[in-house]
Each structure stands twice: as C-alpha cells, then as structure tokens.
Design a binder for this molecule. Sequence first.
Ligand SMILES: Nc1ncnc2c1ncn2[C@@H]1O[C@H](COP(=O)(O)OP(=O)(O)O)[C@@H](O)[C@H]1O
Ligand SMILES: [Mg+2]
Length: 259
Amino acid sequence: MPESEFKGGAFEKAQERGQKIKEKLGKIKKKIAVYSGKGGVGKTMVAVNLAAALAKKGFSVGLLDADIDCPNVFRSLGLESKGAEVDENGDFEPEKKFGIKIVSVSPFQKSEEEATVWRGPLIAGALVQLVEHSKFGELDYLVIDLPPGTSDSPLTVMQVLQPDMFVIVTTPQKLAVLDAKRSANMVKRLGMKIAGVVDNMVSEEFGKDSRLTEELGVPLLASIPLKKEIREAADNGIPAVLEDKELALLFSNIVEKII
Ligand SMILES: Nc1ncnc2c1ncn2[C@@H]1O[C@H](COP(=O)(O)OP(=O)(O)O)[C@@H](O)[C@H]1O
Ligand SMILES: [Mg+2]
C-alpha cells in the first residue's frame, strides 16, 4: 500500500476501533458464551434464561445475540424489531427487558423473515460493528448467544469478544453430542475455558445423559427436561425461568456453579 494511503488514516482508524472495543469490553466483568455445534439444541433458550436468572439475582446483565444469520434472542424475549435509534457516532442503546440489556442485529434488519445471506467477512464485520457501537456500559455479566458450528462466525466472536468461559449445550442424542464435542475442542484449542455442559431436552425421545462431561472433564451444569412449558414460554416471549419453578431452580443452580 503506498504511503499516502496510510496517511489517509485507515491504519489509525482500525487501531482506534480496536481500542474502542477493548475499552467497551473492559467495562464488562465476565463474558459467558453459550455454544454448541448443532443448531436447535437450546442455545438461545439457555442464553436467555441464564441472563434472566443472573438479572433476578441482582446482577447487571447484558445479552448479546451473536447469531447474525438467525437472530432469535429478540423474539424469545418478546421484543419487536422496530428499528434502532443511532446517534451521530453510530452508537445505540441496548433494548431493555426483564432487567436485561439486549443487543442484536434484529432491529437493524429490514424484515424479520428475510434471510441474511452474508459471507464470512461481512458477518464478522457486522458483529464487530454491533459490539463497537452498542452502549452496554458497566456490566457484571455479558451472556453471548453464539451461532452454531466451528466455522468463521463463532471463531470471530471468540476472537473479538474473548469470552471468559463457555457453556456447552447439547441434547443427549449422539449426533448432537458429536457436534458439541467438536465445538468444545475448538474452545480448548483456542485456550479458552469451558465452565461446563448443559444437557437439554432430556427425555425418552432424545436420551437421558450426553455423558459429555466425562469426556471433556468438565462439570455438568444442569440436565434440563424436554418440557412443553419451556417451548411455550419462548413462543410467548418470556424467559421460562420467570414462570416455571423447576426451570428456575435448575438455572439458579447453574448460576451458583458459574459464579
Ligand atoms: N428443554 C426444552 N423443552 C422444550 N422445548 C425446548 C427446550 N429447549 C429448547 N426448546 C425449544 O426448542 C427450540 C430450539 O431451541 P433454541 O434455543 O432456539 O435452539 P438453538 O439456539 O440451539 O438453535 C425452540 O423452540 C425452544 O423454545
Ligand atoms: Mg439460537
């Protein structure tokens, strides 16, 4: 690149952005990423309820929907994507509900049903922008709902956000466990910490125990049953922990183990 282009400030700008993100993340005491290899195993359910359970205990909590392709957090909390108010710097306030500060690409999407067909670098760019411009302020915990898989997009989240710990979600079904193992190995390879495993949708249908904790050498944080009330709460836009006593107790235990 010719020197004159450097003088245009591109390098300085990139450095400035990096600094801004660092400062932002510096105000967050702990970042917990909820992750799994497979989609549909309950990551969003766990992320939403973990955030609600932490807020219920009196912590200041943020929830970042890092699933750019299929953002589900807004819907799960009964929020509508009605556009975001962005200030002159491009910064915006998170939505607030159930004592949680929520950030997602949802309010920036034209239509909720539109498919986000983005290539890797664009997804990464969107995520970085989202973090860069959201005004989370001081937080005790930021819960991050990660996209599934072990490709570009979760990797970017990990590198940009540097979560302090990961909660791995899986159903006890063999295929889900295999994918969860892959994602857990990716976390380990990056030298990051796994807080434990949540077995979800435990039932006759999906199985009783993933046995993933033994293989990974990490604690079992909870074994959550397949339960109509959990799905209904999500469909109604309410964290199930606020309505279902059994789930409230399970998440209270997860919180104890994590903090
Ligand atoms: N333990 C459970 N019992 C019943 N339904 C569940 C349970 N966990 C999740 N669900 C439902 O299953 C669907 C997929 O869960 P979701 O959290 O969106 O998965 P992911 O984020 O991993 O793709 C959602 O409709 C959710 O409400
Ligand atoms: Mg999800």
